[in-house]
Design a protein around this ligand. Structure first.
Ligand SMILES: [Zn+2]
Length: 538
C-alpha cells in the first residue's frame, strides 16, 4: 500500500518541462509512481485537482542554521514550500569547533546573530554537528556547507593575516574531513572578518580540496557595492584555478552599481563559455540585510569582537573610523537607506525598524557616529537592512536561466519572533517569485521558476535524488495553489507566513497538511555521498 497518493495534480516536475496532469504515489520516503494509478490503495489520498505538485523547494542559500536551535520547525520556510535548507552560507557555520577556541567561535557566531544551543557548541566536527541536528529533529532537511570562518578560526584564530603553510594545511585537512563526513562544499564570506582577511591563493587552495569530490564553492563575494566587478573576477579566477564548481551567492547590483546587473550576468556567461562552472543565486527583493558592522572597515575587525569594540572606543582611532564608516554608508546609498533590525538591548530595542538617518538626527550626531555608538551599546550585534538596489536589476537577475532562487533568510516562528525587525525574504522569497514574478508579471514561466528552485540548485549541490518529481526520488513534495500563492511579509509587517502552500511532504511525511502545520518533524541532515545508505535505512 502506498502512503500517499496525489490525485489529478498539475505536475511541474522541476526539470523545466511543461506541466502535465498526473497522479503521484509515495511509499515511505520515496516517490514510487508518476502517472495513472490512483486506484491503488493508499493511507492518504489527496485530491490535487487544480493544484500544482512540484519537488520540494531547495533553498540553496539559507541561514536557517542561525535559528534552528530556536525554531526547529523553520515555520517561515515550511510555509514557502521549502524542504531542503542549504546551510553554512556566507562563510558562517557551526563546525568545526577547535578545542580551546570554543569561546572565540561562539563570540563570532553571536555577532552574526546565531542562536546557539543552551548546552554550547558540544561537538568538534561535521559529524558531531550533524548528529546534534538530527537529534534536534528539524522539520525540514538540512544540507550543510562548511563555513570558511569556522575553519579559519579553528586553524589560526581570527587574526588579520594570511595562514602559515602549516595552518593552510590544517584548514584543508579540516575541510577534507567535513567533506568526507558528508558536507556539500565550502562557503566563504569575503566581506566578513576573518574570511575577508584571506587572499585569493588561500581560497584557491581550499577550493582545490573540493574539486576531486565535485563539491561546491559558494561565495558571498568580496564586494557587492563598488567592488562588485573585481569580486566577480576573483570568483571566476577561483573557479579557473581550482576546477571547483562556483556559486556566487545572492548576486545583486547595489549602490553605485545600480543598473549594472546585466553586465554582471554577462561576466558569468563569458566565464561559462570559457569552461568555468560558475552560476549564481538570488533573492527577489531590492534591499539586502546583514550586520551593521558591515560598514566598519576590515582592519577594525582584526582579532575578533573584543578587539573591534576596543577600537570603536579608542579616541585616537575615531577620526579615521568616522571617515571610513561615512564612506561605506555613502557607497550603500546613504543613511536614509539603512534600517536597523535586531538591537537586542532594552535601551535601543525601540530603534529596530528605524532608519539610521533618523536616529543620527535624533541623537544630534553624524550617521557614522551613530553607527559607532550603536555597535558599542550592543557589543557589535546590530542587524541592518540596506535599501540600495533597483527593481529592474532584481528582475534581470531573476530572469537569467543560470540563477537559482535562494532566500538568504532563516526559519522563524512568526508568533515568537513578532516585534523583531527582519528582512521579509525569510518569509516570502519563493512565493514572491511564484506570485509576483510568474503569475502577475509573467517575467518567467511557472515551470522555469520551479526549475530554478529545485533541479537547478540540486545540480549545483550534486544532489542525486532530490529536485525532480520522478519515481525513485525522495518524497520531498510541495502542493500549492498557483492562483493564490503569494508572499505576505513586508518591511513594515515582516512576520507573516506566505500563503498558497496546501501540502508539504518532507521525506514522505506531511509537515503541512491542508494549509496547516502538522507538528511532524521528519527532516534530517543530508550527507553527500550517502544516498544509497539513505535508501536502505528508510
Ligand atoms: Zn551573504
Amino acid at each position: 500500500m502506498h502512503s500517499t497518493i496525489f490525485r489529478g495534480a498539475t505536475v511541474v516536475d522541476g526539470s523545466g518541462a511543461a506541466p502535465v496532469r498526473a497522479d503521484v504515489a509515495v511509499s515511505g520516503a520515496r516517490i514510487v509512481a508518476v502517472g495513472p494509478g490512483a486506484d491503488a490503495p493508499a493511507a492518504s489520498i489527496v485530491d490535487a485537482s487544480g493544484l500544482v505538485l512540484a519537488p520540494g523547494l531547495i533553498d540553496i542559500h539559507s541561514h536557517t542554521d542561525m535559528t534552528l536551535f530556536r525554531y526547529p520547525m523553520a515555520e517561515s520556510k515550511a510555509f514557502q514550500g521549502v524542504t531542503v535548507e542549504v546551510t553554512g552560507n556566507c562563510g558562517l557555520g557551526l563546525f568545526p569547533v577547535e578545542s580551546g577556541r570554543e569561546r572565540e567561535l561562539a563570540d563570532y557566531l553571536e555577532l552574526h546573530d546565531f542562536t546557539l544551543p543552551p548546552d554550547g557548541l558540544g561537538w568538534s566536527d561535521f559529524e558531531g554537528y550533524a548528529e546534534r541536528i538530527d537529534a534536534l529533529r528539524p522539520a525540514l532537511n538540512v544540507a550543510p556547507l562548511a563555513g570558511h570562518a569556522p575553519l579559519r578560526v579553528a586553524a589560526m584564530g581570527s587574526g588579520d593575516r594570511p595562514p602559515t603553510a602549516a595552518e593552510l594545511v590544517r584548514m584543508r585537512h579540516l575541510l577534507a574531513d567535513a567533506l568526507r563526513g558528508g558536507a556539500w562544499g565550502i562557503s566563504t564570506g569575503l566581506i566578513y572578518p576573518p574570511g575577508s582577511y584571506s587572499a585569493t591563493e588561500e581560497l584557491v587552495a581550499l577550493a582545490r580540496t573540493l574539486a576531486t569530490s565535485g563539491s561546491l564553492y559558494a561565495s558571498h563575494i568580496r564586494g557587492e557595492t563598488e567592488g562588485l566587478f573585481a569580486a566577480l573576477d576573483e570568483a571566476v579566477a577561483i573557479g579557473r584555478e581550482s576546477g571547483a564548481r562556483v556559486q556566487v551567492s545572492h548576486l545583486k547590483a547595489m549602490g553605485r552599481n545600480r543598473g549594472r546587473a546585466k553586465e554582471a550576468l554577462d561576466m558569468l556567461a563569458a566565464a561559462r563559455s570559457a569552461g568555468i562552472d560558475i552560476c549564481a543565486d538570488h533573492y527577489p527583493y531590492d534591499a539586502s540585510a546583514t550586520t551593521l558592522s558591515a560598514v566598519v572597515p576590515q582592519w577594525a575587525h582584526a582579532g575578533g569582537v573584543t578587539e573591534l569594540l576596543r577600537r570603536l572606543r579608542d579616541p585616537a582611532l575615531r577620526p579615521r573610523l568616522l571617515e571610513e564608516i561615512g564612506a561605506a554608508i555613502a557607497a550603500r546609498d546613504g543613511a536614509d537607506g539603512i534600517m536597523l533590525s535586531n538591537c537586542p538591548s532594552p535601551q535601543n530595542a525601540r530603534l529596530s525598524g528605524e532608519r539610521l538617518a533618523g536616529i543620527a538626527a535624533a541623537w544630534g550626531c553624524t550617521p557614522a557616529e551613530a553607527v559607532i555608538r550603536l555597535l558599542v551599546d550592543e557589543e557589535g550585534a546590530v542587524g541592518a537592512i540596506f535599501f540600495s538596489m533597483a527593481e529592474e536589476d532584481v528582475a534581470t537577475i531573476l530572469a537569467d536561466p543560470w540563477v537559482a532562487v535562494g532566500s538568504d533568510g532563516h526559519g522563524l516562528d512568526a508568533a515568537d519572533a513578532a516585534g523583531e525587525a527582519t528582512h521579509p525574504r525569510s518569509y516570502g522569497t519563493f512565493p514572491r517569485v511564484l506570485g509576483r514574478y510568474v503569475r502577475e508579471r509573467s517575467l518567467l514561466s511557472l515551470a522555469e521558476a520551479v526549475r530554478k528552485m529545485t533541479s537547478l540548485p540540486a545540480a549545483r549541490l550534486g544532489f542525486t535524488d532530490r529536485g525532480l518529481v520522478r519515481p525513485g526520488f525522495a518524497a520531498d513534495l510541495v502542493l500549492f495553489d498557483p492562483e493564490t500563492v503569494a508572499d505576505l511579509s513586508t518591511w513594515a509587517d515582516p512576520h507573516r507566513y506566505a500563503t498558497g502552500v496546501v501540502h508539504l511532504l518532507v521525506n514522505g511525511e506531511a509537515v503541512i497538511r491542508d494549509g496547516a502545520l502538522t507538528g511532524n518533524r521528519p527532516g534530517r541532515v543530508l550527507r553527500k555521498g550517502m544516498t544509497g545508505r539513505e535508501t536502505k535505512t528508510r
